[in-house]
Write a protein that binds this ligand. Structure first.
Ligand code: SAM
Length: 319
């Protein structure tokens, strides 16, 4: 396993402190550590349409089939950016196996525990020596291409997946990184959570219960409680916010009493009435996604949208 310096303990602690002081928890902290990983996997099992809805599973399969023609022949490396538990990547690996001579897999995630779970899942399709876990914060790894060069040989075709990541990362931070990473001949498949229906805002309101539920509250609160914030110190409130023309579902913890936290050897204070942003999830329409990708020289080459119009898988190219 390779651990990129963006996930070295000192850097991670500094990012957490800075985030808490600014009132915004960087999304990666919600997935890090064994217990957070297990909690998130429980949320995913219970609420992710890719796990609960056969129609959504089938858009991933269709997208994999569509992309196979582009990847055929030679050796192929699947690089799962933000691989999570690796279920989707593993389905893709099973299909790639049928066309490529040699397949390698790089499960890449900010959480070491997730890369281990993904490695285990992928082991059903590939020998362990062809699986190369990489622990890395994609938002803080401008040298990711160089790290990948040490794992993937130059003659290998690279296929990147970026599933479930569009909602949780700031588009203007991560999309330029993705565009830089894509070299000629590479493929990128990404998924986005969509707002169903003709009206963007009502579509987002419709999917709010997928977030405001017991499992998600439990997952978010566990992060705070482990940090030293008692659940009784305030309340968790979900809402919808517009930012730069995009709508996102947000969850804030509103402190009802003042609290002082010690993180490492530093203190962080929260006054009563202050809100801490714990979670956000951008929802798109195909149009808002295409526009945001275009801003960073990326374009949708093929799309698969599920029948409820709540999730889409897109093959994206650099233009
Ligand atoms: C919503 S999950 C998606 C997991 C998986 N790709 C799927 O679709 O099931 C988001 C994943 O991104 C990872 N993640 C969050 N922020 C990240 C970052 N800055 N760099 C790398 N991975 C990150 C989390 O650990 C988590 O596994």
């Amino acid at each position: 396993m390779i651990v990129h310096h963006s996930q070295f303990p000192h850097a991670v602690q500094r990012q957490l402190l800075n985030g808490l002081r600014l009132g915004r928890v960087p999304p990666k902290f919600l997935y890090d550590g064994d217990r957070q990983t297990q909690k998130w996997l429980a949320v995913h099992r219970a609420h992710s349409p890719s796990r609960t809805d056969a129609g959504v599973q089938s858009i991933y399969d269709r997208s994999f089939d569509e992309s196979l023609g582009q990847a055929a022949g030679g050796s192929i490396c699947l690089i799962g950016l933000g691989c999570g538990g690796g279920q989707k990547d593993t389905r893709y690996l099973a299909k790639l196996k049928s066309i490529g001579s040699t397949i390698n897999y790089v499960p890449c995630d900010v959480s070491q525990a997730m890369t281990r779970v993904a490695r285990e899942a992928a082991a059903a399709e590939l020998p362990l020596e062809r699986i190369h876990p990489l622990v890395c914060d994609l938002a803080n790894a401008p040298d990711l291409d160089q790290v990948l060069d040490t794992i993937v040989s130059p003659e290998t075709k690279r296929v990147f997946t970026f599933f479930g990541m569009i909602p949780n990362l700031e588009p203007d931070v991560v999309l330029p990184r993705l565009a830089e990473l894509l070299l000629e001949g590479d493929q990128l498949l990404l998924s986005a959570n969509l707002a169903p229906g003709v009206d963007y805002r009502s579509g987002v309101e419709t999917v709010l219960p997928q977030y405001d539920n017991a499992e998600t509250r439990d997952w978010l609160m566990m992060f705070l409680v482990e940090l030293g914030v008692p659940a009784t110190a305030g309340r968790l409130r979900f809402g919808i916010e517009e930012i730069d023309g995009l709508l996102r579902i947000v969850a804030d913890f509103e402190f009802s009493e003042s609290l002082e936290l010690s993180i490492g050897d530093e203190l962080c204070e929260f006054a009563a009435g202050r809100a801490l942003r714990l979670f956000f999830s951008y929802r798109h329409t195909e149009k808002t996604l295409a526009m945001r990708l275009a801003k960073h020289s990326l374009a949708i080459a093929a799309s698969q949208i599920d029948s409820s119009a709540e999730e889409g898988v897109f093959r994206v190219e650099r233009v």
